[in-house]
Design a protein around this ligand. Structure first.
Ligand SMILES: C[S@@+](CC[C@H](N)C(=O)[O-])C[C@H]1O[C@@H](n2cnc3c(N)ncnc32)[C@H](O)[C@@H]1O
Length: 213
């Protein structure tokens, strides 16, 4: 980057790293936390895309709970959307709607998914999670956008989430305090029941409290 060029947005920088890595896996580089002291035992494609083990978990969760409608916030390059779609394909039904609000990132994700055999299962939208309109009941909600808006995002979609459905919130490690606090706060408010999975970046598995009655 030249001295006078504009500072590159983090998402765009990591997009280039993703291209350079060309699918090679690296040890997870997020720092150790008390709940996950050996993050290097996990793998990643890049630091925006969810850990490989979390991607695998997404596909397995989809085959386990058989959702008709999955909503993902924060597509980035569409890798997690593909893993969700892999589960849907195995189930033989359902779709994932994923939103990405950065137009440059969205265009790259769209281009990537164009040649993916999983494309028929994925609806990619260039919009913000705080404005996106979804028709119908959401069976699985994967919140993976900008960390400070996760609480607002989950609350916005909660009335549409199946009481027996599942909410995942990524980046909920004790290092990324904001998402962890958001999940705790929604539990205290009586909205969700939450479990924290001790992964490098942290993953909340939650259910609407309405489903516990
Ligand atoms: C952590 S990355 C998503 C990674 C992706 N889920 C994966 O694992 O492959 C977060 C993405 O959310 C996008 N984003 C941030 N705020 C958003 C919002 N309000 N609505 C939609 N996308 C948003 C960012 O541009 C970024 O590409």
């Amino acid at each position: 980057m030249g001295l006078f060029s504009k500072k590159m947005k983090q998402e765009h920088k990591i997009m280039l790293q993703h291209d350079r890595a060309a699918g090679t896996l690296q040890p997870e580089f997020h720092r150790a936390t008390p709940e996950c002291p050996e993050p290097q035992r996990w793998s990643m494609i890049d630091s925006m895309t969810a850990e490989v083990e979390v991607l695998e978990f997404l596909a397995t969760l989809v085959t386990t709970i058989k959702p008709r409608l999955v909503v993902e916030t924060g597509s980035f390059l569409g890798v997690s959307s593909e893993w969700i779609a892999r589960g849907l394909q195995r189930n033989g039904f359902g779709k994932v709607v994923s939103c990405e609000f950065d137009p440059v990132v969205y265009a790259r994700a769209k281009e990537r998914l164009e040649s993916s055999p999983l494309k028929p299962w994925i609806e990619l939208r260039n919009e913000s999670s705080l404005e996106m309109k979804i028709d119908g009941t959401i069976d699985l909600f994967f919140s993976d956008s900008d960390m400070p808006i996760r609480e607002e995002e989950v609350k916005r979609f909660l009335p549409q989430i199946n009481p027996n459905g599942i909410i995942l919130m990524h980046d909920a490690s004790s290092h990324h305090k904001v998402v962890r606090d958001a999940a705790r706060s929604m539990e205290t408010q009586g909205l969700l029941s939450v479990v924290f999975l001790p992964t490098p970046r942290g993953l909340v598995v939650a259910q609407p409290r309405a489903g516990r009655s």
